[in-house]
Design a protein around this ligand. Structure first.
Ligand code: PEP
Ligand code: MG
Length: 583
């Protein structure tokens, strides 16, 4: 079976089904004189739910970190949402409905509105709504919370329609080694929690509840989204080999920061930087010995926030990041919002094709207040270290020119307090238009970074988040390899500083391909840094250039097979799920 790979890693375990569902709420009316007592019951249930969430937020904060703890704010907002609260009270007072029925109807209406929005940002919060709904209803109806598995002799993989975030944070990872859900999305809170817990998750697996019985043995891959049901001896052997290698590497790496430069067998220096989504990851990247940050996604400052982040708040976050890397650059990407990710302070337009919509640089240039705040914070933070600014989703020279004008304005306004060192400005090469226009954009920028995730999506016309298209979405498709060649050629011709920050850089075979094509600077998720440094140290760029050269593989699978074969010859494991985290 196949779904959306949402949290990386592989796990082997036995299915443990979580068969709970939202309780059925009977239609019950009350007498007019019971209204105030019913209102009181509703208020008590809300208070109970809120206190429980506060405890969960605190516990999660200390177990997983402040970012994870704050995730429960979304549920507190739902409990206090005036539309939900007033709507429920109106149903009790005006329609004489029992509190649980009144609340249930409000929740259903709210759910339909969220579904209707079609925005994945909103859809990502559906599991939170469900969590709140179950918690308040359980309290009103005197039901127990759904149980997580108790003692188990075997490793378990949870299989559920949906896994509420409040359950995800309580998972005991000594028993539960992964989870699979029928619904859910890559941006859901339970998935964020899985990543923090270091367990794989696969979501959006249609029909999984019907197909997988209790106790079925499965092997799951949280990167590709594949589930192997009753795996063969060969699959199990391969999995075990990967696990052993991982354990050996962990032992070998120990706790120390790997400060050695990364050089290939033929002496080419390779830079391995980190992709980070949150400020605390910058510190973990430093501990892993990353050569700086090649992609600092700044959306954490806006997604799920009710207000535009202040310049001061941004300045602090960016400053912290550059100070964590005194000897290396930190590449801040400006807000990649819009499309499928809208912060609450922006009215999200309804779009037929959000990924082809009002996104990233388009939003920022249309909302100069938002953009100028970020640029000003970045310029000020650049006084404390080696900061660079990266623009997402560029398709034209004009977008870069207009950003430059805004940057000039920031420097003018800051006057004497502006740092002397100009802030390097670069673009993501992640649209076919940017590849095509690289020669014309080159004189306006200081560096470029290849975003293989979006470039793959736009070149192949295949939505990167659609599980049905997982087989089509391939960053090694021959059309993409040709694009990468052109990017290297154009960058060389114009003396551009070129790096790669898409997922391909974090795959062993991907790194081999890119090295063979002439890339030497990479940025990847923290989980892949240690492994990819080892890959780079065990390959020869000259060999890879021979292998990749002008090769025209039939398809991505053929390219992967050739590269994996080379890596195997070098004794480098490829894709066996060897993941090292900074913990
Ligand atoms: C990309 O598109 O390849 C990329 C690195 O950016 P993101 O995944 O944040 O869109
Ligand atoms: Mg992108």
């Amino acid at each position: 079976m196949e779904g959306i790979g949402a949290a990386p890693g592989r796990a082997l375990g036995y299915v443990h089904r979580l068969d709970f569902d939202v309780p059925t709420v009977p239609h019950r009316t009350i007498a007019p004189e019971e209204v105030e007592a019913e209102v009181g019951r509703f208020e008590v249930a809300r208070d109970t739910a809120r206190s429980r969430l506060e405890v969960l937020a605190r516990e999660t904060g200390s177990r997983l970190g402040p970012f994870e703890g704050k995730m429960f704010e979304a549920q507190v907002w739902m409990i206090d949402d005036p539309m939900i609260v007033d709507g429920t009270l109106a149903y009790i007072r005006e329609n004489f409905l029992a509190a649980e029925r009144a609340f249930e109807l409000q929740m259903l209406e709210h759910r339909v509105k969220m579904l209707d929005s079609g925005q994945s940002m909103v859809l990502d919060r559906l599991a939170d709504l469900q969590d709140v709904r179950m918690r308040v209803l359980s309290s009103l109806m005197g039901l127990a919370e759904p149980e997580l598995p108790g003692e188990a002799d075997q490793p378990l993989i949870l299989v559920a329609r949906d896994l509420p975030p409040s359950m995800a944070v309580r998972l005991d990872t000594s028993r539960v080694v992964g989870f699979v859900t029928e619904r859910g999305s890559r941006g859901g809170h339970s998935v964020v929690i899985a990543r923090s817990l270091g367990i794989p998750a696969v979501v959006g697996v249609g029909g999984v509840m019907e197909s997988l019985g209790q106790g079925t043995r499965i092997l799951m891959d949280g990167r590709t989204g594949q589930l192997m049901i009753e795996p063969s001896e060969l699959d199990l052997e391969r999995y075990e080999r990967g696990r052993e290698r991982l354990a050996a590497r962990r032992r070998a790496l120990g706790e120390s920061v790997d400060e050695r430069p990364t050089r290939t067998l033929d002496g080419i220096e390779v830079s391995i930087q980190a992709n980070v989504d949150r400020p605390d990851e910058v510190v973990r990247a430093r501990r892993l010995g990353a050569d700086g940050v090649g992609l600092f996604r700044s959306e954490f400052l806006v997604i799920g926030h009710r207000d535009i982040p202040s310049e001061a708040e941004q300045y602090e976050a960016y400053r912290m990041a550059v100070e964590a890397f005194p000897d290396h650059e930190v590449t801040l990407r400006t807000f990649d919002i819009g499309g499928d990710k809208f912060p609450m302070f922006l009215a999200a337009p309804r779009e037929e094709n959000p990924y082809l919509g009002w996104r990233a640089i388009r939003v920022c240039l249309d909302l100069p207040e938002l953009f100028l705040n970020q640029l000003r914070a970045a310029v000020r933070a650049s006084a404390h270290g080696n900061l660079r600014v990266l623009l997402p989703f560029i398709i034209s020279v004009d977008e870069v020119e207009r950003t430059r004008e805004l940057l000039d304005r920031v420097y003018d306004e800051l006057g004497d307090v502006a740092p002397v060192r100009p802030l390097p400005l670069g673009i993501m090469v992640e649209t076919p238009a940017a590849v095509e226009l690289l020669d014309r954009i080159a004189p306006l920028v200081d560096f470029v970074s290849l975003g293989t995730n979006d470039l793959t999506q736009y070149v192949l016309a295949a939505d990167r988040g659609n599980a049905k298209l997982a087989g089509l979405f391939d960053a090694m498709h021959p059309a993409l390899i040709r694009q990468y060649r052109r990017i290297v050629r154009a960058s060389r011709a114009h003396g551009l500083d070129l790096s790669v920050c898409g997922e391909l850089a974090g795959e062993p075979a991907g790194l081999a391909l890119l090295l063979g094509l002439g890339f030497t600077r990479f940025s990847m998720s923290l989980a892949m840094i240690a492994e990819q440094r080892e890959v780079a140290r065990n390959v020869s760029v000259e060999d890879l250039a021979d292998l990749v050269g002008d090769a025209e593989w039939k398809d991505g699978a053929a390219a992967r097979a050739a590269l994996s074969n080379y890596l195997a010859g070098q004794g480098v494991p490829d894709g066996d799920g060897v993941r090292l985290s900074a913990e």
